[in-house]
Design a protein around this ligand. Structure first.
Ligand SMILES: Cc1ncc(C[n+]2csc(CCOP(=O)(O)OP(=O)(O)O)c2C)c(N)n1
Ligand SMILES: [Mg+2]
Length: 819
């Protein structure tokens, strides 16, 4: 289906001038009278109390970190504390009018934002809702210690609950929001709309757009706020997240009923510093962060700078911007000016800024200024303000003390396997919502489905091998699994580069464009970080997502999103979140050094990812089905070498119906008795060819086992085979150094030491760049390499003349040369 928007030469060559509109800077002009009529006395006092509460929360942490004691309570906090003293007004202003349906994402410096949003949520929720949250959240584990001996109101209890959960999380206690597995920089509490905070600078910049996408696609209420620092605007993934959020298609191509532009507000907590680098005048050139909006879209992201040293202009801006977002006019950029009076962390000597500067900001302190405003306007007396301050400070202190008490607030036991238990959620979810999945046609009528119907799903047909054109292949298998789940789970979406119209970079999605509306299958910008990051945001909000990276070599562009985000949030949430995201990554060939590398080892090394690599149609369908029924992040490698391979192993053919193959189960592809060859990826076919030659020329019977997955991995069938044969060769297309097979070889050595005639031998690609298509035989393992290695290091083959160097001496030489 071609694009409905036509690019016309006359139009794009017409002479004109691009005009920018003015970007407001501190345009808030409300008079005292106007302010007084905009808020009730109760609201003014709540703002005041929130400001004081955050200041006290952070002050206690600062004292504890620097002196080890606060008001007689001694405590040694080993972890980080990136405090936001000075930034309270910006946080309170941000959170004031947000409801629990509005989700915030943040940075390492998010205590203030968390508290402000929590305080606001407690005001927005009624007593019944609060009780329900407190009692059900982790079966009351946070509530129990705070309700003991407390006779106050439900809202008062909720305040205690929330502050205690935050402190406990920071102090790594079982009673923290995330059982202490998140900690200071990652703490969050989803029932109040507080979503993951990220210790990677700008980390939320690519994730929050996925959360906003979830709201649009699934017609959920509320907006998403991405709170990030000024220095994070130097991070590529933030720019990618903005680009992803500003795509024209939301308003021009997607169904209007979805609501238009992504409801996301990038809120820059602009304190003018990274750690020591000054973003105004030194490390950036943009001068006003708000200016960035001008380069993004004609609306300039409705960008604006506001005074974040006063909560009222921030509240005003958030109200106006939220309205825009609900009208579908997002994304929005706010440049909220504030100042961090505290150091970057308590050990910060502030050597990069002058004392005078800090003092000037202290004199202008937002809390002091707000107090003055309330008194001068007659909203409250000194005494009233003091007693409100004292009350919140007392609650904060009490909860701090309780959280430091090891008896009331224990840590996860020293011998606990908890972390291991929450690395994966290992659940099965048929669908994440009960509504009817949006489809453009009955899947049975899909043109691709009809085409596949004419294909042959068995290895042979009428006694002959099946010609490629007629064979049901790996592409078809993945397509079938995807279409099946698209028709069941209404939340499931897929996106990536060239995913629509083009049919997916390698035609796996051909036929899906016809079946799915735009919002369920769409083209992303060329933004790998945003593709992977948005998938993370979408999944952790509760939707199923399939994102695609065109080549494994592009994983570097999404490094943080794959290695730190996709992999870690389930465990950092102590199992509160699931991550039902499949990241399809094709592994190239023929395209040289930057398009043909198998990087399975990189993701295999990262805890928290399931890594699979099926290479037959039967395996691809069964494993994609399993991945799409699960709740864990699965990196699903697909080899371009085998996309059009038919089924060669399963005699009865690839079933038309639904079936699953458990992830992590190796598969014996050829039975044998003398030698075991274990493979991962397309090396399976190399091994099958080698096994054929071994049998035909030397009468050696090789068993060939395809791992199909790198993690998790069941070693039992491998050990069983090795125990039978006593000999094992492992082969893959990844470069030999540090490849998955090295780990498998090391483990098999230990598992089967007594049964092995000799050590396992690994044959991988050379530790080189992948050369041009014409030279690939020099690089990727060939059947002859396997025979050579077997002859040299496992089982001398009678009369055999090796064709390549596979000796141990050669291994040492190559290692010494580093190649
Ligand atoms: C990707 C990455 N690079 C560097 C760091 C180390 N670091 C932590 S905070 C920080 C400065 C961040 O500045 P900004 O985004 O303005 O937030 P602020 O600390 O001012 O709140 C740096 C460099 C990091 N955590 N992540
Ligand atoms: Mg900063």
């Amino acid at each position: 289906m071609p694009k409905s928007i036509i690019i016309e030469p006359e139009k794009v060559f017409a002479s004109e001038t691009i005009r920018f509109s003015e970007i407001p800077v501190n345009a808030y002009r409300k008079t005292r009278e106007e302010e007084l009529s905009s808020y009730s006395r109760e609201e003014f006092l709540s703002i005041w109390q929130d400001l004081c509460g955050i200041r006290e929360f952070e002050t206690i942490l600062n004292e504890i970190k620097t002196k080890g004691v606060y008001q007689g309570v001694t405590y040694n906090h080993a972890g980080p504390a990136h405090l936001s003293i000075g930034q309270e007004a910006a946080s309170v202003g941000m959170a004031f009018s947000l409801t629990p349906d509005d989700h915030i994402y943040g940075s390492h410096r998010s205590h203030g934002e968390i508290l402000a949003k929590g305080f606001s949520a407690i005001r927005h929720l009624n007593e019944e809702e609060l009780l329900d949250i407190m009692e059900s959240y982790r079966d009351g584990a946070i509530l129990q210690p705070v309700e003991k001996g407390y006779g106050g109101s439900v809202k008062g209890m909720a305040l205690r609950f929330f502050i205690y959960g935050a402190y406990s999380e920071i102090f790594a206690r079982e009673t923290g929001f995330n059982r202490g597995l998140g900690g200071s920089m990652h703490a969050f509490f989803a029932p109040f709309g507080i979503y993951p905070n990220n210790a990677i600078v700008g980390g939320s910049g690519s994730i929050a757009p996925g959360a906003a996408l979830f709201k649009r696609v699934n017609r959920k209420p509320g907006i998403v706020v991405c709170n990030i620092g000024d220095a994070s605007f130097g991070c590529g993934p933030v720019w990618e997240g903005i680009t992803f959020s500003a795509m024209d298609q939301y308003r021009k191509l997607w169904d209007e009923s979805l609501g238009g532009g992504l409801p996301i507000l990038f809120n820059c907590m602009n304190n003018f510093y990274g750690m020591g680098g000054q973003t105004l005048g030194e490390t950036m050139g943009v001068e006003y962060i708000a200016r960035i909006g001008a380069g993004v879209n004609p609306e300039q992201m409705h960008a604006e700078r506001v005074n974040g040293y006063d909560p009222l202009p921030v509240i005003d801006a958030f109200r106006r911007k939220k309205q825009l977002l609900l009208e579908g006019r997002g994304p929005v950029l706010l440049d909220t000016v504030t100042y961090r009076i505290s150091g970057h962390s308590p050990s910060d000597a502030s050597s990069y800024r002058s004392k005078e500067e800090i003092e000037r900001w202290q004199q202008a302190d937002s809390i002091r200024a707000f107090r003055k405003k309330l008194i001068e306007s007659g909203v409250a007396t000194e005494d009233e303000l003091d007693s409100a301050r004292v009350a919140i400070e007392a609650t904060i202190f009490d909860m701090f003390r309780l959280a430091t008490d090891l008896e009331a607030s224990p840590r996860v036991a020293g011998d606990s396997e908890l972390i291991g238990e929450v690395m994966f959620s290992n659940r099965r979810v048929e669908k994440f919502d009960d509504r009817r999945p949006e489809l453009l046609l009955d899947p049975a009528q899909d043109p691709r489905v009809e085409q596949i119907r004419g294909k042959i799903r068995t290895p042979t047909h009428e006694g002959k091998p099946v010609p490629k054109m007629k064979a049901y292949n790996v592409r078809d298998a993945i397509f079938e699994a995807l279409l099946y789940r698209f028709a069941i789970d209404p939340t499931m979406i897929a996106f990536g580069e060239e995913n629509r119209d083009w049919g997916g970079a390698f035609a796996v999605y051909r036929g899906l464009t016809e079946a799915l509306p735009y919002h369920r299958l769409f083209n992303s910008p060329i933004s790998e970080a945003a593709i992977a990051g948005a998938a993370v945001g979408y999944a952790l909000e509760g939707g199923r997502v399939v994102a695609e990276l065109m080549y494994a070599d592009f994983m570097g562009r999404a490094g943080d999103e794959i290695f730190n985000q996709l992999s870690k949030w389930q465990a950092m949430s102590a199992g509160q979140l699931t991550m039902p995201a499949v990241l399809r990554i094709s592994v190239g060939a023929k395209y040289g050094a930057q398009h043909s590398q198998d990087w399975s080892a990189l993701v295999h090394h990262i805890p928290g990812l399931k890594v699979v690599y099926p290479v037959t149609p039967y395996d691809a369908k069964g494993m994609m089905n399993a991945a799409l029924a699960g709740t864990d992040p699965v990196v699903f490698f697909e080899s371009q070498k085998v996309y059009d391979f038919g089924e060669m192993f399963v005699e009865q053919g690839v079933p038309e119906g639904y079936y699953e193959i458990e992830l992590g189960e190796p598969s014996v592809k050829r039975q044998g008795t003398d030698l075991t060859i274990i493979t991962l990826g397309p090396a399976l076919y190399t091994a099958i060819a080698a096994a054929g030659e071994l049998q035909a020329r030397f009468g050696v019977s090789a068993e060939v086992i395809d791992l199909r997955a790198a993690n998790p991995l069941n070693y039992e069938p491998l050990a069983e085979s090795v125990k039978k044969t006593g000999k094992v060769l492992l082969a893959c297309d990844a470069v030999e150094r540090g490849c998955v097979m090295q780990t498998v070889a090391a483990n098999l050595t230990q598992l089967c030491f007594d049964d092995l005639d000799g050590p396992p031998v690994v044959v991988g690609a050379r530790n080189w760049i992948t050369p041009a298509a014409e030279l690939e035989a020099l690089f990727f393992p060939q059947p002859a390499w396997l025979l050579d290695a077997i002859h040299e290091r496992i089982l001398p083959l009678k009369g055999y003349q090796p064709r390549t160097k596979q000796s141990l001496g050669e291994l040492v030489r190559r290692a010494r040369a580093g190649v």
